[in-house]
Design a protein around this ligand. Structure first.
Ligand code: UDX
Length: 455
């Protein structure tokens, strides 16, 4: 099929490149000429494993091209996939980029005679596609929905695994206005044969996306809440508790009593809280939207409140050990919101750095690739330094806090910590280290959801 993808951010570009890889003819549209030129030069404007290689292939083959010319793209394709940003601004979701994309497509549809489907891929609050987008398109084109197709097809792409998640999806959710819209979207995904396709209406598709992200975020906050209770009781490890809970078949399905996925159930893990470009923004948008409808969603509110508090708890525990943080030097291991990305948006590391500095500690931020992004928020100064070398940071520090489970950090041995640090104190914000081997080596180990005595 011939497909336009509007917006070449992280979702749009991955979508465009992957659909072109599957054999569709794709035109990626962006207002920023700089980005368009970069894509056409076969350079991925974002860091995403595997993306640049696929981009090179599809540009070389001629199945993908980028342009700023939305009109000719829409004229020459059968489907437009809207994947522009939907930031959270002034207490609610900001739909201005969705509105302007719909307006521009609608203007082109006025002159276009052949059938065209408009598909919203951006995360939008329920009713956006079947009210706002539909009416803008109808007004601008002078046509009624049905004369053009309308669909909502949310993405479930994790940063760092976006290409893999797109190519091998768990499910494809297609919200469709009518049968024709659905059939066109089904054709887009005809070569993703393993993935179940869920056919729903437009607002259900929108709600599925929010519910999925809010549920995953809630699992994390629930784990973090249980972690606090475990710490308060003392001598209970939240990790063992959650393992004991999730060995239940209902969480961890088995075949012939063998676990399909051995290990802790994803997202039911205690840590220093969730960050990133999606969970915090989407959960806040769902909360605001629900309040607008006259319903206060207390569980969703609690998910955010627990997540807000979690990074502060690590600082509190450190303060209990060191008495004061003033004039101490703390190594913050990991700046990105999760491993394999340089993205620091809403990362717990930002709260931790801010709080440490407020308490007059000196900080060394360590990360393999996210230092430049962090410097934009917290420039280097006499109290705040950065390093890509954790050994150097540990040598200088009075204590270390693991915030991001980069593989470089999770491989750090107890002997290394003991040798490098004057007074070896390690706060494990992700529960990746083995407490007993660190303690055996003489390291003071503090893990989220694990405390020795009643407090
Ligand atoms: C998420 C969703 O997973 C994806 O489906 C959606 O389309 C976009 O949002 P992403 O933001 O890339 O993807 O990150 P994800 O890997 O899900 O992690 C989100 C946050 O939760 C990270 O800060 C991570 O560190 C945290 N997390 C995750 C935990 O704290 N504990 C866990 O057990 C899992």
């Amino acid at each position: 099929m011939r497909i336009s993808v509007i917006g070449t951010g992280y979702v749009g570009l991955v979508t465009g490149v992957c659909l072109a890889t599957k054999g569709h003819q794709v035109i990626c549209i962006d207002k920023q000429l700089k980005i368009v030129k970069k894509i056409n030069r076969m350079e991925a404007p974002i860091y995403e494993p595997g993306l640049e290689e696929l981009l090179r292939n599809v540009i070389t083959k001629g199945t993908l091209v980028a342009t700023t010319d939305l009109k000719s793209a829409v004229m020459n394709t059968d489907i437009s996939i809207i994947s522009v940003g939907t930031p959270f601004r002034d207490g609610k979701i900001d739909l201005r980029y969705i509105e302007s994309a719909a307006q521009e497509i609608g203007n082109v549809l006025k002159e276009k005679n052949s059938y065209h489907v408009i598909c919203v891929k951006s995360t939008v609050i329920p009713t956006t596609t079947d009210t706002l987008v539909k009416s803008i398109l109808e007004d601008a084109s002078g046509k009624k929905a049905g004369e053009f197709g309308l669909a909502m097809n949310p993405e479930f792409l994790r940063e760092g695994k976006a290409v893999q998640d797109f190519m091998y999806p768990d499910r494809i959710v297609i919200g469709a206005y009518d049968k024709e819209s659905f059939e066109s979207m089904k054709n887009v995904y005809k070569d993703f044969f393993d993935a179940p396709i869920l056919k729903v209406n437009l607002r259900t598709a929108e709600m599925i996306k929010y519910t999925a992200n809010a549920l995953l975020a809630t699992l994390i906050s629930y784990s973090n809440e249980v972690a606090v209770i475990c710490e308060k009781v003392g001598k209970i490890d939240v990790k063992e508790v959650l393992e004991g809970v999730t060995l239940d078949k209902r969480f961890n399905p088995r075949v012939n009593n063998q676990l399909i996925y051995p290990g802790m159930v994803s997202y039911l893990k205690a840590g220093c809280g969730f960050g990133g470009s999606c969970f915090p923004k989407d959960v806040q948008a769902l909360l605001a939207f629900s309040k607008e409808l006259g319903y206060f969603p207390s569980m969703i509110q609690a998910t955010l409140a627990i997540n807000y508090a979690q990074p502060y708890r690590l600082i509190e525990r450190l303060e209990e050990i060191l008495d004061t943080l003033e004039n101490t030097k703390i190594a913050v291991l990991g700046l990105s919101f999760k491993p394999e990305t340089d993205d620091i948006r809403e990362s717990p590391s930002l709260v931790i750095i801010k709080e440490l500095l407020a308490k007059k500690a000196k900080v060394i931020g360590v990360d393999p690739i996210a230092i430049e992004n962090t410097k934009k928020k917290f420039p280097q100064n006499e109290l705040l330094h950065y390093s890509t070398d954790y050994k150097h940071a540990l040598q200088e520090a009075d204590a270390a806090i693991l915030v991001t489970a980069w593989s470089d950090f999770t491989k750090i041995s107890p002997q290394e910590v003991k040798k490098l640090m004057k007074i070896p104190i390690l706060i494990d914000g992700r529960r990746v280290f083995d407490k007993s081997s660190f303690e055996a080596a003489g390291v003071q180990y503090i893990g989220v959801g694990l405390a020795e005595y009643l407090q």
